[in-house]
Design a protein around this ligand. Structure first.
Ligand code: ADP
Ligand code: ZN
Length: 838
């Protein structure tokens, strides 16, 4: 009996799936998830087998031509996840499957050629080129096509090979070759005995193990560093030789490891414990819940997702590390998602040093070849911990026990540039369910929709309310170097409770009224001067989103809003007009403030460059550094800026959102936010939430060490609840306010949204197409579920992108996706649960 399979074609522009039949010789070896070669039009292309089908949809199917690799390229849980994603995002299945395959996979497939040992050869029947190929195979055994390429140059031998195959003289088979490049590996030495043993047991150690002085010094050095050290460092510092290491290793006191290295700009400036510290009381309580979840995984159950909700520096990462350790100990593997690799070098480094040799790092700056290699190594089970951005979720890990989503609120977890438009946090939850794994989502500022899940009981909430006092060594070291006295704050030992930095709100309206026209309030000026005088560091933050887009009064803070929608109007340079992006209302920029009559009404025109210039003018002794989209365009720029800052080549860092990532900078004692409400005035239902998040995160950069720290929020809207609650580190207060607003205005989590966007270089065409679809949608709504609302069509807030006009339609309801299920709108961008309506 013939077997049929459904195949997703591995070409970017092909989204449908097709039916093929299996030739007899492949029956039994082709499985769901197998990578196969199929005829497609006139081409031979790669595809992934989805499943077997009883009866094909076409009368005459074509055969699968070849199986590329014995082992399926997708695991069973990946297949399930792909189907789930396709349903969830309304994207074609093939597009979802492509997420899980390394880009350009077809480039890496190769052909294995072997002589048929049963075929008697008559030398007369071979052409000269055929003879060369046969002789080569006789001499060197089985070869890959790339090797034959190298051996037989300048000859078109592939056609000849096919002839040989037809005559049965050789067999050919597609294969995925092993990785070509390996990550940089260095040898390092670690202690295998507990750190304390070295000090406490110095006497008995040297007696029992007969460790003499020089070797004892090696142990002390390792204990002191408490992280893996390169042999060259040991030779240099202790004057030891290879024999000493060898001897200590034989006694079981140290171990030499080959460690995959990650370039780290902060290597010498921060203290990274390579062994797990004892947990604080809060961490212990959190750990009880997490370890109960991990035990459930051991028993084959899937625990509810954990929302690890703790302020920056409260010890979340330490818990991730512990959970990963427990997962590995139980024989399972782990995935750790971080917002962006280049912005989280410290987190990566902690994982690398805690799990030497077991961690694979996936990041966007890897070349295709490197990504392929990582994918292969994961598939061969050579790596047990994968760290990376959202795409790391799709690595072919068998036996997955844990997924961690660090900073789970972060925007980079939403895929917004190409379909499927998925959300990594909720996809992680689904992936964990299919794999039978636990998932920990960590954040200081979870999205309202995420926190709501802990209220509704879908997720388990774990709070870490206190900050940990760390960096005592680092700070002591700096203090000594720079010759200043160290004002040690409360607490003894490594893990004392630090408390959050003091935040003050400065009302900029009053600054103007008392004659200060600078963008720096008097309080901020004094604070900057203090930082400069005491050799500490400051961060000045300017929200990137929303600069220069709305008009407000410097005197009273009034923001010009739409009379119909109460949303801030958007300033348009060309026409000098204000436009509402919800309803299309337009007006001129008012000359005087409608509220107080002041003439100080205009848009904000400050960028990071301007701020830098002003700092330099006012504080000539400041050494500034700018961290924004412009200065980080080049590869490696993030690392460079961070290194310069941590090496104190600069003392004032001026930046945008990029700063808000989980940086742990001990010398930063001041964070100044130039204008806290930028971003609040964007016409998007998540604008408040985003502003609260970014302010809270930025505020968290200050005072992460015994030096303490303070935060200054400058604003014209000092009473806004996002600013107030961020200033008081009051997530609960913010949530209460925000969830009430969402409930009242029917936004998620109380409804779901679908955003449909159309782009065209002709403005009229864009609008007309949008109007047309709106008509069609109205009918579909009528026939499917008339409770679904349609908002729009309207031009998007960012109304032009790459020279094309953008129009959008929003659907809102309990489940607006049913309107679009099984319907084709190929020219439209369709986002389910859009992260932004701009
Ligand atoms: P978060 O991930 O919440 O920002 P971290 O896990 O990075 O918090 O912890 C903040 C700082 O405290 C880090 O420098 C970390 O090494 C240190 N730390 C965390 N837990 C402990 C502990 N139990 N004992 C000592 N230091 C700790
Ligand atoms: Zn006014």
């Amino acid at each position: 009996m013939q077997s049929y399979v459904e195949v997703a074609i591995n070409l970017p522009q092909i989204s449908d799936t097709y039916h093929y039949h299996l030739p007899e010789d492949l029956a039994g070896s082709v499985l769901p998830g197998s990578l196969v070669i199929v005829p497609f039009g006139k081409q031979r292309v790669q595809g992934v087998v989805l499943h077997f089908v009883e009866t094909p949809e076409v009368a005459k199917t074509k055969p699968i031509q070849d199986l590329v690799d014995e082992k399926p390229v997708l695991t069973a849980s990946q297949m399930a996840l792909a189907h789930w994603l396709a349903d969830e995002t309304l994207a074609p299945l093939g597009v979802c499957i492509n997420l899980m395959l390394p880009p350009g996979l077809s480039q890496y497939t190769d052909t294995l050629v072997r002589l048929n040992p049963d075929r008697k050869l008559d030398p007369e029947e071979l052409s000269p080129v055929e003879k060369r190929i046969v002789n080569l195979l006789k001499k060197r055994g089985d070869l890959r096509a790339r090797q034959i390429d190298a051996a037989i140059r300048h000859v078109e031998w592939r056609g000849v090979l096919r002839k040989l195959a037809r005559k049965g003289i050789v067999h050919t088979q597609s294969i995925l070759p092993p990785p070509r490049v390996s990550p940089k590996i260095v040898r390092k030495v670690i202690l295998t005995i507990p750190l304390e043993t070295v000090d406490d047991l110095e006497e008995p150690l040297s007696r029992v193990h007969q460790v003499h002085d020089r070797r004892m010094r090696i142990l002390r050095l390792l204990a002191e560093k408490s992280e893996p050290v390169e042999p060259s460092g040991i030779y240099a510092q202790v004057g030891a030789k290879y024999n000493d290491l060898k001897a200590l290793e034989e006694k079981g006191l140290i171990k030499q490891l080959d460690i995959q290295v990650w370039r780290d700009p902060l290597k010498d400036t921060t203290f990274v414990p390579a062994s797990a510290p004892e947990l604080t009381r809060d961490q212990k309580q959190a750990w009880e819940k997490i370890s109960a979840g991990l035990s459930e995984v051991q028993q084959g159950r899937v625990p509810r997702p954990f929302l690890l909700h703790g302020v920056t520096g409260s010890g979340k990462t330490e818990l991730y590390l512990k959970a990963v350790r427990a997962t590995l100990d139980s024989g399972k593997k782990a995935v750790v998602l971080v917002p962006e690799i280049s912005l989280t070098p410290q987190t990566i480094k902690r994982f690398l040093s805690r799990f030497p040799g077991q961690v694979g790092v996936v990041h966007s700056q890897l070349s295709e070849g490197e990504r392929y290699d990582t994918w292969r190594r994961v598939r061969n089970e050579e790596l047990s911990v994968i760290i990376g951005p959202r795409s790391a979720l799709f690595m072919p890990l068998e036996n997955l026990g844990l997924i961690v989503v660090d900073e789970c609120h972060h925007e980079s977890y939403d895929q917004q540039d190409s379909p499927p438009y998925y959300h990594a946090a909720s996809t992680a939850v689904a992936a964990a369910r299919f794999a039978g794994a636990a998932v920990i989502l960590g954040s200081a500022t979870p999205r309202v929709t995420q926190f709501y899940k802990t209220i509704s009981g879908d997720w388990t909430h774990i709070g870490l309310p206190h900050r940990i006092l760390a960096h005592r060594e680092t700070i002591a070291h700096y203090a000594q170097q720079l010759g200043f006295d160290l004002p040690i704050k409360t607490g003894e030992g490594q893990a004392a409770d630090l408390g959050l930095p003091k935040v003050s709100i400065v009302d900029m309206r009053q600054e103007l009224q008392s004659g200060n026209r600078s963008i720096f309030s008097r309080e901020l000026q004094t604070a900057i001067q203090h930082v400069l005088d005491t050799h500490q560091q400051a961060i000045l933050f300017l929200n990137r989103r929303g600069t220069a887009t709305y008009v407000f009064c410097r005197n009273c803070g009034y923001v010009v809003k739409c009379p119909r929608d109460d949303k801030p109007l958007t300033y348009h340079h060309g026409s000098n007009e204000l436009v509402c992006h919800t309803c299309g209302y337009r007006r001129q920029v008012p000359k005087r403030c409608p509220q107080c009559g002041s003439r100080q009404i205009r848009q904000l025109g400050t960028g990071t460059e301007k701020v830098e210039q002003l700092v330099r003018e006012q504080f000539p002794e400041a050494r500034t550094l700018r961290w924004d989209a412009e200065t980080t365009r080049k590869k490696g720029a993030h690392d460079r800026i961070l290194t310069q800052f941590t090496n104190q080549q600069a003392n004032i860092l001026i930046g945008t959102q990029m700063l808000a990532k989980g940086l742990d900078l001990p010398l930063v004692t001041l964070v100044g936010v130039i204008l806290a409400e930028i971003g609040l005035n964007l016409p998007d239902y998540r604008a408040t939430e985003r502003t609260f998040q970014v302010l809270t995160q930025v505020a968290g950069r200050a005072g992460r060490s015994p030096l303490g720290g303070r935060v200054i929020l400058q604003t014209y809207e000092p009473h806004n609840y996002a600013i107030q609650t961020a200033a008081h580190h009051d997530y609960a207060g913010f949530y209460e306010h925000e969830i009430a607003y969402r409930r009242e205005l029917r936004y998620p989590p109380f409804t779901r949204l679908v955003r449909l966007e159309y782009r065209h270089h002709d403005a009229r065409q864009a609008e007309e197409t949008a109007q047309q679809l709106a008509g069609v949608l109205r009918q579909w709504i009528h026939s499917e579920d008339s409770s679904i609302e349609m908002i729009g069509p309207v031009p998007c807030f960012f109304s032009r992108l790459y020279g094309r006009y953008r129009w959008q339609i929003i659907l809102r309801g309990a489940d607006p996706t049913i309107i679009l299920q099984d319907r084709q709108l190929p020219d439209w961008i369709i986002e389910v649960d859009p992260p932004s309506l701009l």
